[in-house]
Design a binder for this molecule. Structure first.
Ligand SMILES: Nc1ncnc2c1ncn2[C@@H]1O[C@H](COP(=O)(O)OP(=O)(O)OP(=O)(O)O)[C@@H](O)[C@H]1O
Length: 444
């Protein structure tokens, strides 16, 4: 730390400097007047040990000027008199500590500076981690994919990050809804404030209100302490409500009221607390259908819809499969200090032929396990444990008409074979004209 010692008594100043010089990592500078100290603030000290009684300016005046010039500089006031009122006034003005000159001063100053050193270290670690997280969620390096739907998602995320609009993300399990929510948050002006995620289905129905809004002590059996809820925790940041379609009707009404009034009331309290959160909601269900079925309030639906992002299942963006597989292989090898693995042509074919009911999450798990199993320098098809349902099972679970199934099959083949109609017709043993007719229908 760069430390200024401001003390008009040269002997006492020297004594403090000698004592603090025991830590060779610190850089010490001595000044005998308030003005001299202020003239050197450009050196950006971490801490100023300030004598309260200086010949030119009062300690209070110097403190005010330091804090105006740079509120981050910590000021430890050292005073000849033990005066509680003065100490309180100085602490209110932003002094970090108030130490009385007596036999223990050097010791207490030493402890105080060590505490500040720790705080500074923690602050640096936090800033470093914030930067790191920001980099981790920088849009294009976090979200892998080059398929048209994913490229479209990038541009929507950029728009969402630049505004405070509510975002609603839909998509099957494992398609990356939470990842997209984090990318929006960490690329928005709120990035240095909290990202708080809550999964509605993971919390018992009767506890959701207190999880979201908090509760006062004794407001219900088991509420032994006052607790702030997720809305307050996410203050200034982003609240991510996952599986929002599963919220029960009573809670839906309370959420709607909170969003309309931009205030919440903790359970057991009547005091409104204003909220400042950006909301991102996600669901694997079709919210519109839930509204039609009467299980989701229409007014809440319109409030939450905001900017909708639809994440398609992996089987509908097969061009991303190999890209993602290679990405997860690279990540795995880097984290496990292994030589980068190659992906055999047959393994690629198997990956493309599989339907990925668990989407990207499943692909990641399959690739990680395959990397563990691969002994040589290549990941082969035998290393891939594709245990879930066959593609046919997955497709059949979607309850479609025969015509729709036919469309899905042809669509998948066209994607797989680079829209080469002749090749697809040959593979499926149908006439080219059937495929051309469907293409003209705009249904493919
Ligand atoms: N496009 C992508 N690029 C890189 N990783 C991805 C991508 N999409 C998803 N993932 C990874 O897949 C896993 C699942 O993603 P995530 O948890 O965001 O999915 P989800 O849709 O929120 O799932 P669920 O609905 O089950 O909560 C995570 O490890 C995530 O980092």
């Amino acid at each position: 730390m760069r430390i200024f010692i401001v003390e008009d008594d040269p002997f006492y100043g020297e004594l403090l400097a000698y004592h603090l010089s025991q830590n060779p990592d610190d850089e010490l500078h001595r000044f005998e007047t308030g003005r001299d100290c202020l003239n050197h603030l450009y050196m950006n000290p971490s801490v100023i040990c300030l004598d309260y009684s200086l010949p030119d300016l009062s300690g209070e005046e110097v403190l005010r000027k330091i804090k105006t010039a740079n509120p981050d500089i910590r000021v430890v006031v050292i005073s000849g008199q033990e005066n509680i009122q003065t100490a309180i006034a100085l602490l209110k003005l932003g002094a970090t500590d108030y130490i009385v000159k007596d036999d223990d001063t050097r010791e207490r100053l030493w402890i105080c500076l060590n505490n500040l050193r720790q705080q500074e270290g923690m602050q640096k670690t936090i800033s470093h981690l914030q930067e790191e997280v920001g980099r981790k969620y920088s849009i294009e390096s976090a979200i892998i994919g080059n398929s048209p739907p994913i490229r479209k998602t990038f541009s929507i995320i950029e728009k969402a990050a630049a505004s405070k609009i509510t975002v609603s993300i839909s998509g099957e399990t494992g398609t990356g809804k939470e990842l997209v929510a984090k990318a929006i948050h960490y690329n928005s002006p709120r990035r240095n404030r909290p990202f708080v995620a809550i999964n509605i289905t993971a919390i018992p129905k009767e506890l959701i209100e207190s999880e979201l809004f908090g509760h006062e002590k004794g407001s219900f059996t088991g509420a032994d302490f006052k607790r702030i809820g997720m809305f307050e925790e996410a203050s200034g940041g982003t609240l991510f409500l996952d599986e929002v379609a599963d919220m029960d009707p009573g809670m839906q009404a309370k959420l709607l009221r909170a969003l309309q009034e931009m205030e919440i009331k903790r359970v057991g309290s009547n005091k409104p607390i204003s909220i400042d959160v950006r909301l991102i909601v996600a669901t694997h269900k079709n919210l519109n259908e839930e509204v039609r079925a009467g299980t989701f309030r229409e007014d809440l639906y319109y409030r939450l819809l905001g900017l909708p992002i639809q994440l398609p299942p992996l089987r509908e963006r097969s061009t991303d499969i190999i890209l993602l597989a290679r990405h997860f292989m690279k990540e795995y090898c880097r984290e496990n200090h292994r030589e980068q693995l190659k992906l055999s042509a047959e393994a690629q074919r198997n990956l493309l032929a599989y339907a990925w009911p668990g989407n990207v999450r499943e692909l990641k798990a399959v690739i990680e396990l395959a990397c563990v199993m691969a002994d040589g320098d290549t990941l082969e098809s035998e290393h891939l444990q594709l245990m879930h349902n066959s593609p046919v099972d997955v497709m059949l679970s979607e309850d479609m008409t025969l015509k729709e199934y036919t469309h899905q099959i042809i669509k998948r083949y066209l994607e797989k074979y680079d829209r080469n109609v002749v090749l697809v017709a040959k593979k499926l043993d149908v006439g080219k004209s059937t495929i051309y007719r469907m293409l003209q229908d705009n249904s493919l």
